[in-house]
Write a protein that binds this ligand. Structure first.
Ligand code: ATP
Length: 357
C-alpha cells in the first residue's frame, strides 16, 4: 500500500527551481532516504511533505487524501531537524511529553506514554535530567522519542545525525533503523551521506538539481546506476571515458581494449559513454608472461592499508584504477610493483555520462 504520493511536485524560489516536477510513491512502513549533494532540493522536498513549505505546483497525497495545502500542525507527522530543537529549559520527560501536552492528552496517559518511550530509547533513568546535561547521542534519542510521542503516521528526519561524530553517528544509524523497523513507522530521511543512506534505507531517492535522478533499493542503485552522476555519488567507483570498438568491447583511455558482458544500456552516441567498475571488482594479480583478456598492465602507485581492507591505486598508462582488496587476497603488494588489473567483463557497466538537462 502506498501511503504518501507526490505528483509533479515543484517549488520555485523566484525563477529558480529548488524542486522540479518530482513524482514519488513512498510505501507504507518503509524508510526512504532523500540523498544528494548540497542544494539539490532534499530539504525543500521534505518541508513540502511536512507542510512547512507550499508547492508552487503539483500535489501531495497522504493515505488517499490531498494534503497539499493542509497546515503542518494538522498533518500528524513527526519531525526531527538537524538542530534537534529540544527545549533546553525542560527535562527529558517534559520534552518527550510536549506534543502530548499540545494535544491536551490526559495527564495519566501522558505519563504512561513517556514511560513507554523512555524504555524504548533506553533512557528511563534520565527522565528528570535537563536535556542540556545529555550527550549528543542521548539528545538524539530524546528528539526521536518526542517526534514519535503522539504516534505520527509519518516520521520526517532532516539530517538528524549530522552533528554527531563518526562513531556515534554509525551507532545511531543502526539504532534508528531498528526502532523504525520495530515500530513499522513510514519514515523519510534527508541525508547527503551515501553510506548512511545505504545503511538505513529500504529505498534511496537520489536527487540532482531538484529532480529525481534514480529511485531504488540501495544495492540495486549501487550495482546499476543509471548515470555517471548516480554512479559517482553512490559509493566509490572507477569511472572511465570509453569508446565502443564495434565488436562488443570498449577502448579505454590508454588505448587498451576490453570486453563488457551484456551491457544493460546501449549508448546512442560514443561521446556519452563511461565505463564503471567498482573497486572491489578489480582483481589485482601478479604479472605473468601469459596474456588474458581484460587484464591490464599497471604499476602500484599508492596503497592504503587500513586492516580490514587494502586499497591500491594502479597506474595503467592513460588512467588510474582504484582496487579494493585485502592483505589475505593480495599479499605482498608494494609501491612501484608491476601488476595486472583484471576488469571482469560481467563487472564492467556502461553508463551515460550526460548530466540531467
Ligand atoms: P543541503 O544538503 O545543503 O541542505 P538541500 O539538498 O537540502 O541542500 P535545499 O535546502 O532544498 O537543498 O535547497 C535547494 C535550492 O533551493 C538551493 O539552491 C537553495 O539555495 C534554494 N532555497 C532553499 N530555500 C530557499 C528559500 N527559502 N529562498 C530561496 N531559495 C531557497
Amino acid at each position: 500500500m502506498t501511503h504518501l504520493t507526490l505528483q509533479a511536485v515543484t517549488k520555485r524560489f523566484n525563477a529558480a527551481y529548488a524542486v522540479d516536477h518530482v513524482d514519488l510513491s513512498v510505501p507504507d512502513g518503509k524508510l526512504v532516504c532523500f540523498l544528494g549533494p548540497s542544494g539539490c532540493g532534499k530539504t525543500t522536498l521534505l518541508r513540502m511533505i511536512a507542510g512547512l513549505e507550499t508547492p508552487s505546483s503539483g500535489s501531495v497525497t497522504f493515505a488517499g487524501r490531498d494534503i497539499t495545502h493542509l497546515p503542518a500542525n494538522q498533518r500528524d507527522f513527526g519531525m526531527v531537524f538537524q538542530s534537534l530543537a529540544l527545549f533546553p529549559h525542560m527535562s527529558v520527560a517534559e520534552n518527550i511529553a510536549y506534543p502530548l501536552r499540545l494535544r491536551k492528552t490526559a495527564k495519566a496517559a501522558q505519563g504512561r506514554r513517556v514511560t513507554e518511550l523512555l524504555e524504548l530509547i533506553q533512557l528511563p533513568h534520565m527522565a528528570n535530567r535537563p536535556v542540556t546535561q545529555l550527550s549528543g547521542g542521548q539528545r538524539q534519542r530524546v528528539a526521536i522519542a518526542r517526534a514519535i510521542a503522539s504516534s505520527p503516521k509519518l516520521l520526517l528526519l532532516d539530517e538528524p545525525l549530522s552533528a554527531l561524530d563518526a562513531k556515534l553517528r554509525e551507532a545511531m544509524q543502526v539504532e534508528i533503523r531498528l526502532l523504525q523497523q520495530r515500530l513499522g513507522i513510514t519514515t523519510i530521511m534527508v541525508t547527503h551521506d551515501q553510506r548512511e543512506a545505504m545503511t538505513m534505507a529500504d529505498e534511496i531517492v537520489v536527487m540532482e538539481k531538484g529532480r529525481i535522478a534514480q529511485v531504488g533499493k540501495p544495492l540495486d542503485i549501487y550495482r546499476n546506476p543509471v548515470s555517471e552522476f548516480v554512479a559517482d555519488f553512490i559509493g566509490l567507483g572507477n569511472i572511465l571515458p570509453v569508446t565502443l570498438d564495434g565488436r562488443g568491447g570498449v577502448t579505454l583511455p590508454g588505448g587498451q581494449q576490453i570486453v563488457v558482458a551484456n551491457p544493460a544500456w546501449v549508448p546512442e552516441s560514443t561521446a556519452d559513454i563511461r565505463l564503471l567498475i567498482r573497486p572491489e571488482d578489480v582483481c589485482v594479480k601478479h604479472v605473468t608472461t601469459d596474456s588474458y583478456p581484460n587484464h591490464l598492465a599497471g604499476t602500484v602507485t599508492f596503497i592504503r592499508d587500513v586492516g580490514a581492507t587494502l586499497e591500491a591505486t594502479i597506474d595503467c598508462a592513460g588512467f588510474t584504477l582504484t582496487a579494493a582488496t585485502t592483505q589475505r587476497e593480495t599479499p605482498g603488494l608494494t609501491l612501484g610493483m608491476p601488476v595486472l588489473a583484471e576488469l571482469p567483463a560481467q563487472a564492467c557497466k556502461l553508463i551515460a555520462a550526460r548530466p540531467l538537462q
